[in-house]
Design a protein around this ligand. Structure first.
Ligand SMILES: [Fe+2]
Length: 492
């Protein structure tokens, strides 16, 4: 009897030891307390990345970097580090440089003992190719809607598995609460661990709380002074120069940021120049009729023309629009102007277009492609009007861009939620002779706090001048048409 009891006790002890060991090992491998992990494009894309993560309690910040499975952390350098309590959690940001160009790395972040899941990123190899994905306006509140949007990113990474980064054109969440950010990071964790992220501040990202956005991602915003409510920064990848704008700046964009964009773009001799932003200079959705967005058509497009930016990509209006090549707000030949692409929404909130916007505020002939992501069908612009042509069930949208030397190809997709099939809704190709880019600005293109402060009053006056002297008269003159539309469609 005694020996049976001993055997049972022995087995129980062994089992409990095994369970303890397993749990210690699991904890050591992946600590679920390490949340919101991102690896962002940060400065030199060949040698540097910015890591951010959150923990429930204060802890040390460490990043381990691996090449072919071998720990190469010692060959890298931490060039910046920032930690602080933020909204009841603890934020960690570590910028790592000294990476080798053109290498596929893996990484973990943690406190030195406990580590996150493994993420991966590839550094730019310096050739003239770059592939990336863009999405916009996940803008979810509920877990269900974050999950539905995450299927769109699954499809995007399946379509372009070698994407070197994902540009998220803003409005990650609807109300920017801790719960919503947790929802975003829960459902987009697998995508954020799969490649580098280029986050763009939307008007819903950090609603009323300064520094919310730049506390969520480790970015090289040293050039920026507008990071109270968003960030602007730039980087090179392949033979392209990318500028990320903050359209929360003075409700839309300040004179200081326009100067920064001009100097930043003109200091690059890259073959291709691309700008990312949240609000759109050309859109026909619910938000496209307000002065903040239309001020971009008035003020930003002048700088875009001046700098020879090839493609402007934006979000905010929850439908897909591609313009023809535009310069000075007029249609020009391809290669002589800029193509503006409003990414469709990756989320579930979708807007109808407002017909009156097209001929009240914008030229009517600027649209090359348009898709409204209605459940049940999509609408396509036929040149004069929009009409239903496709009975497919349309879900969230994503866009892929491939640059190969002198060719840039953009393709926009929607996901059919029921079948998880993707459908191309638009594609276009631009070509150009490479090696012709010329930097025309030399010197410091940063904007100091003092420089920014000097432009606050002029910026406000320019926006007010546009709103009162241009937008308001147009709106009053067109009021009967707008009222007729509102009565007809019951939407404003
Ligand atoms: Fe928005």
């Amino acid at each position: 009897m005694k020996s049976t009891v001993k055997k049972i006790l022995c087995i129980a002890l062994c089992l409990s030891l095994l369970v303890s060991l397993l749990s210690i090992s699991t904890y050591a491998d992946t600590d679920d307390a390490i949340q919101r992990v991102t690896c962002c494009v940060n400065g030199d894309t060949k040698t540097q990345r910015g890591f951010c993560w959150y923990t429930p309690e204060e802890s040390e910040s460490h990043v381990r970097i691996y090449l072919n499975g071998i720990d190469v952390t010692d060959t890298t350098v931490v060039t910046a580090q920032r930690e602080q309590e933020w909204k009841g959690m603890y934020m960690h940001q570590v910028t790592v440089s000294g990476l080798e160009a053109g290498k596929a790395y893996t990484y973990k972040v943690g406190d030195g003992e406990n580590w996150s899941k493994t993420g991966k990123f590839t550094t730019d190899n310096g050739d003239d190719k770059v592939n990336f994905i863009s999405i916009a306006d996940v803008q979810a509140s509920s877990e269900e809607n974050f999950e539905r949007a995450s299927w769109v990113m699954d499809a995007a990474l399946e379509t372009m598995p070698d994407a070197e980064f994902v540009s998220n054109l803003g409005d990650f969440t609807n109300d920017s609460t801790n719960e919503e950010w947790d929802g975003y990071f829960k459902y987009f964790e697998r995508h954020n661990l799969a490649t580098s992220l280029v986050p763009i501040a939307g008007n819903h990202d950090g609603l009323g709380v300064w520094h919310w956005f730049d506390n969520m991602f480790d970015l090289d915003t040293s050039e920026s002074v507008q990071n109270l409510n968003g960030v602007n920064y730039s980087y090179d990848y392949g033979n392209a120069h990318f500028a990320v704008l903050n359209t929360n700046d003075m409700l839309s964009i300040s004179d200081a940021q326009l100067t920064w964009l001009k100097n930043d773009m003109n200091s690059s001799s890259a073959d291709w120049k691309i700008a990312f932003m949240h609000k759109s200079p050309y859109s026909l959705g619910k938000d496209g009729k307000w002065p903040d967005a239309l001020y971009l058509t008035e003020a930003l497009t002048k700088v875009v023309d001046e700098c020879g930016i090839d493609v402007v990509m934006s979000g905010h209006d929850h439908s897909y629009i591609r313009t023809k090549s535009l310069k000075d707000n007029k249609v020009v030949e391809d290669g002589e102007g800029t193509v503006y692409v409003l990414d469709g929404t990756a989320g579930t909130k979708r807007y109808e277009i407002r017909e009156f916007s097209a001929d009240t505020y914008l030229n009517t002939d600027f649209i090359a492609a348009l898709t409204i992501q209605r459940d049940g069908y999509g609408n396509y612009w036929d040149g004069d009007d929009y009409e239903s042509t496709d009975p497919a069930n349309i879900g969230g949208s994503f866009t892929t861009v491939s640059i190969d030397g002198g060719e840039l190809k953009l393709t926009a997709y929607v996901l059919t939620e029921e079948t998880k099939e993707t459908k191309v809704i638009d594609t276009f190709t631009l070509t150009k002779e490479t090696g012709k880019g010329e930097a025309t600005f030399e010197g410091d293109n940063t904007t100091s706090v003092f420089d920014y402060a000097l432009t606050v009053i002029p910026s406000f006056l320019h926006l007010a001048e546009y709103a009162l002297l241009k937008w308001l008269p147009k709106t009053i003159i067109n009021l009967p048409k707008i009222i007729y539309y509102v009565i007809k469609t019951d939407t404003f």
